[in-house]
Design a protein around this ligand. Structure first.
Ligand code: AMP
Length: 113
């Protein structure tokens, strides 16, 4: 745990969030500033600042799999959804604890802004 990290604090329960899913490795909660009817962030309990700090590809794979479980749980899997991982400044990352955005409940346009 990184004591300065807001998402570590959400994972540990120190800061409240609306949790929608959790297992031993990941936690998923509603984004405070939703960009779609369903907007959830999936985070690993372990602190990795960015996706490129995740050296074990198996952890990345399990994160994507868990995001799919969240989509099923929130009933956006049949209509479809979008997973986004922003990485560093040009990617638009603002919180440096790797997170997967799970966006659904509306049609997503392309390209992103
Ligand atoms: P990113 O720009 O990819 O780093 O995404 C960070 C996301 O975290 C943004 O969509 C924020 O709205 C969201 N966020 C920041 N603080 C919180 C919080 N305390 N609870 C829920 N979502 C948060």
């Amino acid at each position: 745990m990184n004591s300065d990290c807001i998402f570590c604090k959400i994972a540990s329960g120190e800061i409240p969030a609306e949790l929608v899913y959790q297992n031993e490795e990941f936690v998923a909660f509603r984004d405070l500033n939703p960009q779609a009817p369903v907007h959830v962030l999936l985070i690993p309990r372990n602190h990795y600042p960015t996706v490129t700090d995740m050296e074990d590809p198996a952890v990345i794979g399990r994160a994507i799999q868990a995001a799919g479980e969240v989509a099923k749980k929130l009933n956006i899997d049949n209509d479809g959804f979008r997973l986004v991982i922003n990485c560093r400044d040009n990617g638009g990352q603002t919180v440096y604890h790797m997170h997967v955005h799970i966006l659904g409940g509306r049609f997503m346009t392309w390209p992103p802004g």
